[in-house]
Design a protein around this ligand. Structure first.
Ligand SMILES: [Zn+2]
Length: 471
């Protein structure tokens, strides 16, 4: 990844151009220019990880930052306040949008360039890493004429990619699809995409009200962020529209909880919610250099407890010319929940969280993120460490999953006590009685203890407290 430029001879214009093009070809999502007391460090974020890309010597660092500010349309005479700008360029025949921002720090101006590559985010559903069963469930959910389908996950978990892939598939001449987004991340011909503009009052809620008068079949809401949007989304779906949206939650269960917290009526939510697709990204093992290795006892126990499978070999990252430290690209872990009658009833009846959790996973109704991840480890798509890194033990596992929690944190399971054997108990009592008869001299250090009050003496019996005393 590290690149040496001939800073003394190459024009700064060429160096900047080359850095932008190279970062894009390396599939970087961001480029950071970090001022230090001497050099300017250039780092690129690939597959979620920042990697040192270049060190720009002190002699040219000021010029390099100025060049970026010029092409981003920024004020080059101002370096004391943060600025925003944009660059549009073509790389290998496709359009590339760059969002540039500067921030004055103690050693100078830090510049971060975000690369939005529209062409690479156009994916079809079958290339998004869904297991065969999960893909079937998603296909089933999106074939429904109404209801809400939510894609959930943290920022940068690939939610938009999944939503766009679904829209892409639904995008036919027979359907009127309208979206409201902030921002429109990818333009798709045939879909009516609305960009919100809160400064002129065009927010999600306002746009949605107008969209409902535009005879829509399918509505996509970029993100459910507030109570009002959540309520409109639910109402739109029960009046015969398929509503797609994203929400910033961890898994199926936390999504249901969040929507209820957002003041969506339980009886509406119970009938409107159709499916929840939760996802998290893991680094993908490079297929060219990954190597099989035996599993440790710890890993064997996790596989056995989670999947009831004996796994003796898994793959490990190695590292070669076409990857970074054995990983190349990312793969999502997914959980697809199709709401069934039992879960709908549980939502409507305000059943406790742990009850709903049981209904979600019982009889393998939904495959948990952890199980999906472990299966992807077995299939050599990612590593064991990567899956455990993205699993949230508190949120993803239920109160009752003690064995699995213990396996993951490497704690020994406490054995269930054996049923009391009465014969043995009787013998023990007899033995104790015999011991009692023996003359054992009390050791010196115990004598003082004997003079301490016993429990009975210390505690006041409840009956003796009169009501008058309490008042
Ligand atoms: Zn490799």
């Amino acid at each position: 990844m590290y690149t040496e430029y001939d800073y003394n001879n190459l024009p700064i214009v060429d160096i900047v151009n080359d850095m932008l093009i190279d970062a894009s070809r390396k599939r970087a999502s961001d480029i950071h220019f970090d001022p230090t007391p001497d050099v300017l460090n250039v780092r690129i974020r690939v597959d979620g990880e920042l990697i040192l890309y270049a060190k720009v010597p002190a002699s040219v660092k000021k010029n390099l930052v100025t060049r970026i500010k010029i092409i981003a349309g920024m004020n080059i005479t101002e370096s004391r306040v943060p600025q925003d700008g944009a660059i549009k360029m073509q790389v290998d025949g496709s359009d590339l949008d760059l969002r540039v921002s500067t921030l004055p720090i103690v050693y100078g101006e830090k510049v971060v360039i975000r690369l939005l590559d529209y062409s690479s985010s156009l994916s079809t559903l079958d290339t998004l890493g869904f297991s065969e069963r999960n893909l079937e469930l998603v296909q089933k959910a999106i074939s429904k004429p109404n209801g809400i389908i939510l894609v959930t996950g943290a920022t940068g978990s690939g939610k938009s990619t999944t939503v766009y892939a679904i829209l892409q598939q639904l995008n036919t001449i027979e359907r009127n699809i309208i979206t409201v987004e902030d921002p429109v991340e990818m333009k798709i011909a045939g879909i009516n995409q609305v960009q919100t503009m809160s400064e002129i009052g065009l927010d999600f809620a306002n746009a949605l009200r107008s969209i409902l008068r535009q005879d829509p079949d399918i509505i996509m809401i970029g993100e459910i962020r507030d109570n009002e949007t959540a309520r409109i989304a639910v109402r739109a779906s029960i009046t015969g529209h398929l509503v797609l949206s994203t929400i910033h939650t961890n898994n199926s269960l936390t999504t249901i909880e969040r929507l209820v917290d957002m003041d969506v009526e339980r009886y509406l939510l119970g009938s409107a919610l159709e499916a929840i697709i939760s996802q998290r990204l893991c680094k993908k093992l490079c297929p060219k250099c990954r190597e099989a290795r035996p599993t440790t006892d710890y890993e064997k126990r996790v596989f056995k407890t989670a999947l009831n499978m004996n796994i003796d070999y898994i793959y490990k990252p190695v590292g070669c010319e076409s990857c970074y430290k054995g990983y190349s690209g990312r793969i999502p872990l997914q959980e697809v929940l199709i709401l069934n009658e039992e879960i709908r009833d549980a939502i409507v009846n305000n059943e406790p969280k742990e009850e709903i959790r049981k209904l979600i996973y019982q009889n393998d109704h939904a495959t948990s993120l952890l199980d999906d991840g472990l299966i992807k480890v077995i299939n050599g798509l990612t590593s064991f460490e990567e899956v455990l890194r993205v699993i949230d033990i508190e949120d993803d596992l239920g109160e009752e999953q003690v064995h699995l929690k213990n396996a993951i944190i490497g704690k020994a399971d406490v054995e269930e006590p054996n049923p009391i054997d009465m014969t043995q108990a009787k013998e023990d009592v007899e033995e104790l009685e015999t011991m009692d008869q023996l003359e054992i001299e009390t050791p010196e250090y115990i004598r003082d203890v004997e003079t301490l009050p016993t429990m009975e003496q210390e505690m006041t019996p409840v009956e003796s407290i009169s009501l008058e005393t309490l008042e």
